[in-house]
Design a protein around this ligand. Structure first.
Ligand code: ADP
Length: 309
């Protein structure tokens, strides 16, 4: 199960192999060819990978075991794999397979070749309301499934919303997710990404639950429409203070509808029980503006707004 480097002319072909034991006891080998570099996370490097038998192209998250010396990091990875493996939904990055060799852990995932909504916003600056409605409907579909499975994502942000080649939205990165074991259980661990973190997570004493994902959804709706998250400041402490005070404004130079403002304001409520449920968000006027919401958006919207038709 070693990663082989074969120098072929100027290009380097990297193959990684998985040893498998068949039912009859024979040992077989599955080979994957490493392709394009997709991105780097806290521990993982992500590449395209082709299963050389089936020719299926996947995303391979490769985590060096040398980066997992701390117990906490190992536990986090084990939990991420356990939770992600158990999930199956059109709007969640499909977990395909996991294996390891001496050096690395390889997580094979459904490939999302059109990057994340974070890169999209950087390119487009901000999105139109119809696009936001389309993405919100897909996010809500993934969250309804997740919450019904008793899983809280806890790290919802534009960088964890992937787009596949058909422009379907896929929620990914379950590194901070947690599964509640009993009704009404509250979590206390402080986690999340500064700009998107809910106020009750910052105040670790009160405990938090599914409503933290609803808060982050509100932050994402704001960020998609305005172009940056509502509580963004140059330093984390100031951002946390603004979150605790619920201090944000709608900039005058960006035109957004009253229904969009109303929905964001309702979601960004400091009191988690006063936030709308996922069903209430779907029936809010912002999500019901008359015309039907498209299931997916055209590829052209990766670069420019959809044509008004
Ligand atoms: P970490 O959990 O270590 O932060 P990530 O899950 O953030 O790692 O992955 C790192 C990067 O790899 C992402 O920012 C993204 O660019 C890319 N990536 C992750 N999963 C996929 C995927 N399924 N398809 C395409 N690119 C992906």
């Amino acid at each position: 199960m070693d990663e082989k480097n074969t120098a072929e002319s100027s290009e380097q072909v990297v193959i990684f192999e998985e040893k498998i034991t068949k039912v009859n006891g024979e040992v077989g080998i599955k080979r994957y060819q490493r392709g394009k570099f997709l991105g780097k996370g806290g521990f993982a490097k992500c590449y395209e990978a082709t299963n050389l038998e089936t020719k299926k192209v996947l995303a391979a998250k490769i985590i060096a075991k040398s980066s997992l010396t701390k117990n906490r990091a190992r536990q986090k990875l084990i939990s991420e794999i356990k939770i992600h493996k158990s999930l199956q939904n059109t709007n969640i990055v499909q977990f395909e397979h996991v294996f390891e060799d001496h050096e690395n852990v390889y997580i094979l995932l459904e490939l999302c070749s059109n990057q994340t909504l974070n890169e999209l916003i950087k390119r487009r600056k901000r999105l139109t309301e119809i696009e936001v409605q389309c993405y919100v409907a897909q996010i809500i579909n993934s969250l309804k499934y997740l919450h019904a499975s008793n899983v809280i994502h806890r790290d919802l942000k534009l960088g964890n919303l992937f787009l596949n080649k058909s422009m379907e939205l896929k929620l990914g990165d379950f590194g901070l997710a947690t599964k509640l074991e009993f009704e009404g259980e509250k979590k206390r661990t402080i986690c999340g990404t500064p700009n998107y973190i809910a106020p009750e997570v910052l105040d670790g004493k009160v405990g938090h639950s599914f409503e933290v994902d609803v808060w982050s959804l509100g932050v994402m709706i704001y960020a998609m429409l305005i172009g940056k998250p509502p509580f963004e400041t140059p330093d984390v402490k100031t951002t946390y203070r603004k979150i605790r005070l619920n201090s944000y404004t709608f900039p005058e130079h960006v035109l957004i509808s009253d229904s969009a403002k109303n929905l964001i304001t309702r979601i960004l409520n400091l009191d988690p029980v006063k936030r709308p449920t996922l069903d209430e968000i779907m029936s809010h006027p912002f999500m019901n503006t008359g015309g039907s919401i498209p299931k997916t958006l055209p590829l052209s919207t990766l670069a420019c707004p959809p044509s008004a038709s």
